[in-house]
Design a protein around this ligand. Structure first.
Ligand code: FE2
Ligand code: FE2
Length: 225
């Protein structure tokens, strides 16, 4: 069944809004000042969070758009109709590499080595599980469902919350974290375009299923940080 544009547009709007609220609530619940205080204050929080955040920006940020680019190359029209998507995904990968590099540098700055080719953590299996749920789908709209139009908002919210927490003691770092938050809107926009161009009504239930699985994986990560 093919979808008409108004149906798809309202589906994407409702879907994105539902997960924006869910992810904001999840980050507000787990990334509280009390939780950060319990780690030992701003410096200890940064020592604990930044390397993991760098890994997530790189792996969970880059692998899904990299796969979507090749899928759109195969299924779509990469040199004409879908050029905007190819360019948007390339820009997303550039941003996520930049975010990963910023977090890795900040991590080194607070004394925690962060080589993304070798870094690991106690919750590494959960990080990998979450990355797989963002990446291992056969169609670009399915990857978007679990990522750009749903749980990707978590990246924006976590950097915002950490920035708010360190703002008084480390204003320069806080500014950098807020800059990262501001890039994320473009990625969500690109995901919305992908869904509008490739999804049909037959995909809607499966896309909800994917987003819900990924949302639960995101909660498990937030619980384990
Ligand atoms: Fe990012
Ligand atoms: Fe992003």
């Amino acid at each position: 069944m093919s979808s008409d544009l108004p149906t798809l547009a309202s589906f994407v709007n409702d879907f994105t809004e539902e997960y924006r609220i869910k992810m904001e609530n999840a980050v507000e619940k787990y990334f509280t000042d009390e939780y950060f205080d319990s780690l030992g204050g701003p410096l200890e929080m940064m020592k604990k969070q930044f390397a993991s955040q760098a890994w997530r920006e790189f792996y969970i940020g880059c692998l899904p758009p990299a796969r979507q680019m090749t899928q759109i190359y195969e299924l779509g029209d990469p040199y004409d109709r879908d050029r905007d998507l190819i360019v948007g995904l390339g820009e997303q990968i550039r941003d996520e590499v930049k975010h990963a590099k910023i977090y890795a540098n900040l991590s080194e700055q607070v004394g925690v080595p962060c080589d993304l080719a070798t870094w690991t953590a106690d919750n590494y299996d959960r990080l990998v599980a979450k990355c797989r749920l963002a990446t291992e789908w056969e169609k670009p709209q399915y990857i978007a469902a679990g990522f750009q139009v749903s749980t990707e908002i978590v990246a924006a919210e976590t950097s915002r919350r950490m920035g708010e927490y360190v703002q008084d003691d480390y204003p320069e770092i806080a500014k950098t974290l807020f800059d990262i938050t501001s890039d994320e809107g473009d990625h969500i926009h690109c995901g919305r375009l992908i869904v509008k161009r490739f999804a049909t009504e037959d995909d809607f239930d499966f896309m909800h299923e994917i987003a819900e699985k990924k949302y639960n994986a995101a909660l498990r990560i937030l619980e384990s940080l």
